[in-house]
Write a protein that binds this ligand. Structure first.
Ligand code: CUA
Length: 336
């Protein structure tokens, strides 16, 4: 729509056309009413200028029809803008279920990227075209903001929280990546490039690395940090079992319930005393300072893959991340 209009950045995601259309509508509405009001000001200034022979008598006759018109039409326009914006917002905030996961950590002053396969990069992100990409993001220090103008997506990365955003590129090419939140001296340099490739080319690019996948790194940390000694698959450990816990409602000692999402798991690792699971003791030490932001994202990614044992078959479905595709798919393995 705005390809040859340099006021707008390139348009390269499934969302950018929608955002541009709303933006164009807002501009059109503003221009229309600005011209209307300015035009009337000039017209009346000329018509009723000093010395002009016009009727200046005051007559108090209200018009219900006129008042209703200029109340109801703006109301419809304003509500229309609200609904339109909300529809785009909800689409932007809800990643499709089958999305390729990429992990992002912001720190002063760089973006550290890790693909599910384990491949890492800094201030650069390679992605396949036409594929939904879900970013799981964290910050090591202060608030940063991950901003890709060509995709019309921007989301703050806040220390202490896991945040997700998603997009789907529609065209290959390279696009600017910015940090859009002032974060210190070299904030302006905290940017880079998004490279959108054909899926086959992306697979070749991904396979050019060795090392552990994100989930495997999380599993390794889970063992190295000793989590596994208390959080067993069954209820025999001193801590609650983490199998099948992700996304469920957890009953707390306080009587409250909490949904076991990324941020609940994160809090339970860094500040275990905050929410004690019903029926358990407050014996877990904090892992603050013992685990990096990247490690947290990895360990949470691993915990997400722990599904509840199937009561009928005794098998545990395991979410496995295949090294070559970076996409997750369900496989079922026999538990010993
Ligand atoms: Cu990071 Cu500005």
């Amino acid at each position: 729509m705005f390809e040859n209009f340099p006021l707008f950045p390139e348009s390269a995601s499934t969302l950018s056309g929608q955002v541009d259309a709303l933006y164009a509508f807002l501009i059109a509405i503003s221009v229309f009413f600005s011209l209307l009001i300015a035009g009337l000001i000039v017209y009346f200034a000329v018509k009723y200028r000093r010395g002009a022979k016009v009727d200046r008598s005051y007559s108090d006759h209200g018009s219900m029809a006129l008042e209703l018109t200029w109340t109801i039409i703006p109301l419809i326009i304003a509500l229309g803008i609200f609904v339109w914006g909300a529809v785009i917002y909800f689409e932007q905030r809800r990643p499709p279920t089958m999305a390729t996961d990429i992990y992002v950590v912001g720190k002063q002053w760089m973006w550290k990227i890790q693909h599910s396969s384990g491949r890492r990069e800094i201030n650069e992100m390679h992605i396949p075209v036409g594929t939904p990409i879900r970013l799981t993001m964290g910050s090591e220090d202060v608030i940063h903001s991950f901003f890709i103008p060509a995709f019309r997506v921007k989301y703050d990365v806040v220390p202490g929280y896991s945040r997700t955003m998603w997009f789907q590129a529609t065209r290959t090419g390279t696009y600017h990546l910015f940090c859009a939140e002032y974060c210190g001296t070299r904030h302006a340099g905290m940017g880079g490039w998004i490279t959108v490739m054909e899926p086959g080319e992306y697979q070749r690019w991904l396979s050019g690395s060795s090392g552990l996948s994100v989930v495997a790194s999380g599993e390794k940390l889970f063992q190295e940090l000793g989590c596994v000694t208390c959080h067993k698959q069954d209820a025999s450990g001193r801590g609650p079992s983490l199998y099948g816990v992700y996304g469920t409602k957890v009953k707390l000692q306080s009587g409250d319930t909490v949904v076991a999402d990324d941020n609940y798991i994160r809090e339970s690792i860094l500040n275990p005393q905050a929410k004690i699971v019903s029926g358990h003791q407050a014996i877990m030490p904090t892992y603050q300072g013992l685990i990096s932001e990247e490690g947290l994202l990895q360990i949470i990614a691993y915990i997400k893959t722990l599904h509840a044992p199937n009561a009928n078959t005794g098998t545990v479905p395991v979410q496995s991340t295949s090294l070559d595709t970076g996409k997750s798919h369900e496989v079922t393995t026999k538990q010993p």
